[in-house]
Ligand binder design. Sequence first.
Ligand code: HPA
Ligand code: ZN
Length: 340
Amino acid sequence: MESFLQGLPKAELHVHIEGTLEPEFMFELAARNGATTKHGTVAELRAAYKFTQLQDFLDIYHQGAAVLRTHQDFHDLTIAYLERAAADGVRHAEIFFDAQTHTDRGVAMGAVVEGLVEACNEAEERWGMSSELIMCFLRHLSQDQAMVALDQAMPFREHLLGFGLASSEVGHPPSKFVDVFARARAEEFRLVAHAGEEGPPSYIREALDLLGAERIDHGIRAMEDPDLVARLRDEAIPLTVCPLSNLKLGVVPEISAHPLLGMIDEGLVATINSDDPAYFGGYVAANYVAVQQGLGIERDTMVALAKTSIDSSFASASRKAALLAEIDLYVAGHESRPMG
Ligand code: HPA
Ligand code: ZN
């Protein structure tokens, strides 16, 4: 089953490129750029990856991202992620990046975006993988700062699929970013937002009603609010669920308590994603395996989850059809063999 899930064609819709920075690579970049790191060794750094809540993680994640300086760094980070994703059956990826954490350190927006884009183009050539970029506004900063980031991104708009909202959720509701999302919407960008990870169900409603989010990142706290569940089902709003992230950040106490199956039973459009795989103990296939084993999910349901990931993406109708056909072909090719 593990190798079946790893090879299963899928889309990844919730991954922060800065969250794919592996400790070994962080030290390599620090040496390359003459930067210092707070932790002396890879082992010390990994030992610090113990989080009881989102903010514990974000503090370390922002520190780690500070080693990223040049166009080459962003390229190398992204191609390393895409190579791992390709090995995990990812055929289409919509990748988040946090521009503000880099531009605030004096890195040019162009170095970030162009480094990422080059790697995405390379992945298309090498693995036939499609990928897109979504820039996340940092919600612990002000809306004015988000507006500046949007302005800085405009010269690179041809490379951007859309905008999202990430970072410290509680205390920074979507309503804080109404104007900047309105501007992005007027410019016809696709819109998503993190909501209902640690924050209450009302943040999910705000993301839909006030920001125009087309997809909700995480969204698992919707399950506390039956009216919201009904709405998400009726409007078929995709939720990008990240099981190992939820476990490592204490959003769920153990994988066997994860609400994913309940969400599917309610008819919600749930997908499986990795969030920050270098920090949370696994890339996307490991997330598929964790929920399959932890919740005892049937193989057919896992295949349906992979199909939902394709359907929930912003890929073109023809690309979606091609990838859904790849899934059918893959499943047919495994039909006659024993599971394993
Ligand atoms: N939540 C909010 N912001 C983030 C996350 C997350 O899980 N990962 C990276 N930035
Ligand atoms: Zn996230």
